[in-house]
Structures are given as structure tokens and as C-alpha cells.
Design a protein around this ligand. Structure first.
Ligand SMILES: *Cc1c(COP(=O)(O)O)cnc(C)c1O
Length: 393
């Protein structure tokens, strides 16, 4: 089947169980699919845009209400939609980070955090992770002191991921935020792997900004995301334009500088909005998602030589596994080499493992049904047994 002569239809989610970590939380709801067909045209949400001509004021469709609901959902005061979490980081870095400013990231930070700092000429510096693979309040305090003594000033911003993309470990957000605030450092909570799949309470965590990814965790099309903040910080990160054309004298109303005026003007916003009722509801079932993940983790642990590199017990459905002493040993003698594992999984209707990976890899069970999870768990065990690995049932 084809969309056009050159473009094939994509049927990954229809035909397979997909365990690709980055794709699990972004799968669209059927409501989003309907909305994106209706709002596919360019500036489709602008039909009823009236004064003051800003996205978050649009009443039809209820974009204004959606903004308020997003803020409530995250227990923050104000929310904006942004084209991806990365653009949220960029907006915040743009507001707080000057050329040469030290900025704290962590040893598990996503590359987009580095790039957001680099884009404004800041100096990204990492808080080390503990031996257990966690970012702790103590480590944050140590790094802040180090930065102060080396650079003679405080970092101008601190990024902390609730769950990192490498291990899916949970980090000490609340403690880190508390420490940062003792030095008056604004705290950006990176919820790329949390906002939209598990409950997030920004005020409880004590952070200044909550950034989430629509296409990673909110069942939305790319690029989409959310930036939420407190009323105290809103004036800084959401400052309105003061520009005036020197020849024409034009001014530009209340367009927000870091938002470049308006952000998501069509299909991405409507996809987010259409999925939102489902997303708001599904975060309540996070413990069930963890139970599902556990079934697969247990199956992998039963395969001799397989190690779970993520924290255990798991607090997230994204898990990093080390199979150098199990599947990789098979790969060395197998005629398909490292491809035997992804290929055996595909034969069983499972995709999302990087083809050829048999050493250290990640998977995410988010959103899978119990039957799918059981099938996945059985598949790993069967593939192990077929290839002569010992399994402790
Ligand atoms: C995926 C990811 C991002 C980037 O999110 P986008 O919405 O694609 O910009 C940032 N941080 C972490 C931890 C991620 O996993």
C-alpha cells in the first residue's frame, strides 16, 4: 500500500508490537488521527484567530482552554505549547543563559539540553551520576559549589530529567530543585519521559519550569510539546515583544519573544488537544504500566547472563539491558550475526530493537496490553532457549 508513488504507508503500529523506547508514548489516539486529518492544512487553527492575535487566545477550537488545562494538569500556573521539548529548553535557555554562563546539566542529560545551552553560547557542565546511576541532591550541591569556585558565579540555569533516556532511572528532582533554589538557580524539569505517561506535579517537585514532549509522551504528532511555568517566572520566559520598526513604526502587540509569537498552528496542536483527555486519564494507570514492564524484565532476568542495567525494581517502562553474556554470545556464532535477535523478534511480530543490537540495548513496554507483554516476554525466553541459553523458569 502506498500514500503516493514514492511514499509507502507506515503500518508499524498496526502490524507489530513496537518496543522502540522513543516511540511508545507518542503513538496517536484515534481521536488525534481524526483531528489531524481535519486540521492538516497549514495554519488551520487560525480560522478564528482574533485580537490580540496569539495562539493561546484562540477560542474556536478551544485552544485557550487547552492551555489552561495543560497548566492544571502539570500543577503549574501557565502553559504554552512548543514544537518539541527541545524548543522548550531553547526558550528557557534563551531567557536565562547568556554568553559564557555556566549551566548545569547532568551526566545523563539528553543531547538537546546541551544544544539548547550551546545555541545561546552557554557553558554546559554536568552533575555526575552516583554509582547506582542516579542524579542526587548532594551531587548537585557539590557541582554548584565547584562551579562557584571555578567560575566565580552561580550557574544561570539547572536542567534535571525526572527519568533519563538511557536507563529510565528516576532522579532526585525535588531534592535537586531545593538545593538549586538555595543558590537562586532556576530549575528546568525535563519531563520528556514523564509528562503524559505518569502523574507530574510541578509545584510539588518545586521546579520553575516543566517541559514535556508531545510526540514522545503525549500521544501527539511531531514536533509538539509543552512548557509550563510559575506566575513568578512567566514574565521572564514569556516576555512580550518591545520591538518597533524604525522606518514603519510598527509594533507587534503581545507576541511572546521566546515563543516567536505563535508556535503550533495546525496539525500538531490539534493532535495534542484531541489526545489530551486520554492522556490526562492514562497517567493514572502508571502502576499498571509498571506491572506490565515487570513481566518482561522478569523474563529477561531469567535468561542466564542477562543483566538489567537500569535501577531495579523498575520505576519506568524504559529499561536498559546488558546481553553481552547471553544473546551476544549467540551472535558471535550465529549465521545472521548480531541480526539474529532483531530478526527472531520480527518473526514473532516484534520490532523496535535496533537491528544488530545484542550487547546493550533498551526497550519500552509503555502502552502494550497484557497479551502483548506476555507475548514479548515469551518471545525473549523462546529465542534464548532455541539458541541454547539456559533459562531459569
Ligand atoms: C526525547 C527527549 C528529548 C527531546 O524531546 P523532543 O520533544 O523530541 O524535543 C529531551 N530530553 C529527553 C530526556 C528525551 O528523552
Amino acid at each position: 500500500m502506498r500514500c503516493t508513488g514514492r511514499i509507502e504507508t507506515r503500518q508499524v503500529e498496526e502490524l507489530y508490537i513496537n518496543i522502540d523506547p522513543i516511540q511508545a508514548g507518542g503513538r496517536l489516539t484515534s481521536d488525534a488521527m481524526k483531528a489531524i486529518i481535519a486540521y492538516g492544512d497549514g495554519y488551520s487553527v487560525c480560522d478564528h484567530c482574533r485580537k490580540p492575535f496569539r495562539l493561546d487566545f484562540i477560542k474556536t477550537p478551544p485552544v485557550d482552554q487547552f492551555h489552561r488545562e495543560l497548566a492544571t494538569f502539570l500543577n503549574m500556573d501557565i502553559a504554552r505549547v512548543v514544537p518539541g521539548a527541545r524548543r522548550g529548553f531553547q526558550a528557557i535557555a534563551g531567557a536565562y543563559v547568556g554568553r559564557g554562563d555556566p549551566v548545569l546539566l547532568t551526566a545523563l542529560s539528553h543531547y538537546t539540553e546541551f544544544l539548547a545551552v550551546e545555541a545561546v553560547g552557554g557553558m554546559p557542565l554536568e552533575i555526575a551520576k552516583s554509582t547506582s546511576g542516579h542524579i542526587t541532591a548532594d551531587a548537585a550541591a557539590d557541582k554548584i559549589e565547584e562551579v562557584k569556585s571555578v567560575y566565580g558565579r552561580n550557574p544561570s540555569l539547572l536542567f534535571i530529567d525526572h527519568f533519563d533516556y538511557q536507563f529510565g532511572n528516576e532522579h532526585e528532582v525535588k531534592g535537586v530543585a531545593k538545593v538549586a533554589h538555595q543558590y537562586d538557580i532556576p530549575v528546568l524539569y525535563n519531563g520528556a519521559y514523564s509528562v503524559g505517561i505518569l502523574p507530574v506535579d510541578g509545584k510539588e517537585l518545586g521546579v520553575d519550569f516543566v517541559v514535556g514532549s508531545g510526540h514522545k509522551s503525549m500521544a501527539s504528532p511531531a514536533p509538539s510539546g509543552v512548557l509550563a511555568t510559575t506566575s513568578e517566572r512567566a514574565n521572564e520566559v514569556l516576555r512580550t515583544t518591545a520591538s518597533r520598526g524604525d522606518v514603519t513604526g510598527r509594533t507587534f502587540g503581545i507576541k511572546e519573544v521566546e515563543m516567536m509569537g505563535c508556535t503550533l498552528m495546525g496539525v500538531t496542536l490539534m493532535g495534542m488537544m484531541a489526545s489530551f483527555p486520554t492522556v490526562r486519564d492514562r497517567v493514572k494507570r502508571w502502576s499498571r504500566e509498571l506491572e506490565m514492564g515487570e513481566i518482561v524484565v522478569q523474563a529477561l532476568r531469567s535468561i542466564e547472563g542477562t543483566r538489567i542495567l537500569s535501577e531495579y525494581p523498575r520505576k519506568h517502562t524504559l529499561t536498559r539491558v546488558d546481553t553481552r553474556e547471553s544473546f551476544d554470545i549467540i551472535a558471535q556464532k550465529h549465521k545472521k550475526k548480531g541480526y539474529f535477535l532483531s530478526s527472531a523478534l520480527k518473526d514473532r511480530g516484534i520490532v523496535g530493537l535496533i537491528p544488530g543490537a545484542t550487547k546493550v540495548w533498551k526497550f519500552n513496554t509503555y502502552g502494550l496490553s497484557e497479551r502483548q507483554v506476555q507475548h514479548l516476554a515469551d518471545a525473549f525466553v523462546e529465542i534464548a532457549e532455541e539458541n541454547g541459553l539456559a533459562v531459569s523458569r
